[in-house]
Write a protein of this length. Structure first.
Length: 274
């Protein structure tokens, strides 16, 4: 996986390149959720790469991006994303962000509108973390640092994956892969990422300035960022479209990959037709 040096920090990314025979293809950039990496978009990229250039990036200390001594807060990660888009000279892009990637996408759209062509937000929130959950997340961050992910996986899983998916036959390999990847990560780095999410600031007051075509998608059974949070985003961004995925929790790209890919294709086609 290549890396780009952004303000002295190596940021890992993947790039499918321009699709053969389509030199004018537009670019999608995918920002992953907490405790994942760009790999969580593989089902969508396998379909979309034939029409679009598809790029993923991994946040600090997650995926293939190494741990850093600097900040992991949302503004810092937004600067990382903006830096990568600038370095690769790919603006304007369609931003696809899930959860943590959605936190970044909203900041990019509001503060760096010239970098984006459209905004797709999956299972995310514009507000600060629910105060009722902050204490739990900080305890999990401490446990991650001290004893590792294996010891707390059973507590984290219900936040990441919906009950329908976890009870189904396809969940086993995906959850085992997710768990194995996390156990290879630097404990302190993952703990810092969790704390950054728990302590994030609200950007609700910035959403009305977003003028890009926007799609907001959420799993009907998402516990981490429930559908109410998605509706609040869609209500604040002018002309935003809201789509709810049934039988789906927080990690919609892996739980309902075909449904999510289909709604992305439909939205992107509508943007192109404008």
């Amino acid at each position: 996986m290549p890396t780009a040096l952004i303000d002295g920090v190596p940021i890992a990314y993947s790039d499918t390149g321009i699709p053969p025979g389509n030199p004018d293809a537009q670019t999608l950039v995918f920002g992953h959720g907490l405790l994942f990496g760009g790999w969580m978009f593989e089902p969508q990229i396998q379909v979309l790469r034939h029409q679009y250039r598809c790029i993923t990036l991994d946040w600090r200390g997650q995926g293939e991006t190494p741990a850093t001594t600097g900040d992991y807060d949302m503004d810092t990660l937004t600067a990382d994303a903006a830096g990568l888009i600038g370095l690769l000279a790919i603006a304007p892009v369609h931003w696809v962000g899930l959860s943590m990637g959605g936190f970044i996408g909203q900041r990019l759209a509001a503060r760096h509108p010239e970098l984006l062509r459209s905004l797709i937000l999956l299972d995310t929130s514009a507000g600060q973390e629910d105060p009722a959950k902050v204490g739990e997340y900080k305890r999990l961050a401490m446990a991650l640092r001290l004893v590792g992910f294996r010891a707390i996986q059973s507590q984290v899983e219900p936040h990441m994956f919906g009950s329908v998916f976890r009870a189904g036959p396809l969940s086993g390999p995906i959850i085992r892969d997710w768990s194995a990847r996390l156990r290879r990560h630097d404990r302190a780095a993952i703990s810092k990422a969790v704390l950054a999410v728990a302590d994030r600031k609200s950007v609700e007051h910035e959403l009305s300035a977003i003028a890009h075509p926007t799609l907001v998608v959420v799993g009907a059974d998402d516990r981490a960022t429930p559908p109410l949070r998605a509706r609040q985003i869609a209500d604040r961004i002018p002309d935003a479209r809201l789509h709810i995925v049934e039988d789906c929790g927080h990690t919609s790209t892996l739980e309902q990959p075909a449904a999510v890919t289909a709604v992305l294709e439909e939205f992107l086609a509508a943007v192109a037709a404008r």
